[in-house]
Write a protein that binds this ligand. Sequence first.
Ligand code: MG
Length: 262
Amino acid sequence: MLKPPFNDLKAWLIDMDGVLYHGKRPLPAATEFITTLQETGTPFLFLTNNATRTPAEYVQRLAEMNIHVTEEDIFTSALATARYVEKNYPPPRRVIVIGGNGIRRAVQEAGYELVDRAEDVTLVISAMDTDATYARMAEATLAIRAGATWVQTNPDPTFPSERGITPGAGAIMAFLEAATEQKPLIIGKPETGIFRQALDILGAAPEETVMLGDRLETDILGGHRAGLKTICVLTGIASRAQAQAYDPRPDWIIDDLTALIE
Ligand SMILES: [Mg+2]
């Protein structure tokens, strides 16, 4: 069972990295917490800014850590971006995607044609891309400078790897900002677009929903902006001192997920 006062929350948005696991290592009570939500029929959605993986890849990765969910339980900034452009810039369109499997697949499944050259491109979508080359960045730059709409999955400047801090989606964005002298529309946390879509999927109202995450400037700020309650868990990026000093202050600060269940 969920401990009071957390049992009063009707729906949960849950960040993954730093909350459920670190790299390939599950964090304390992650399995028990998710099982509790499932057994009590509490609606939840895993909400990640990471646009590199597909939902199927996440389901498999989580299963290896004994967390068993379905693809419908996963909502990434890649899916949110595809939904956004589908509604606002509908296909058919020629699109340049700077990004990995997660965003490429989502955009393709939405019905767009992914192309490599800037000619006749009306939409550029950028994300973290571990295979980014100067040539691809140049094509994206040419398309944006020629008037293509530019949408960015998420703003995270860095990406934690097993060897240390590496460039994230925001570093790709900064490269294109410098080259185009323009700024993209950003979908992921802390922007409210991804939260509104997630609430829509869950059929939940913001004031009865909580965002559980480890990063203050994305999870907590974004959750607050979208009108949700927020829980900062200290198993990831933020320290207790940082969480207590942050504005907006999280509604709850917990050491790990054992604080949520009994
Ligand atoms: Mg995180």
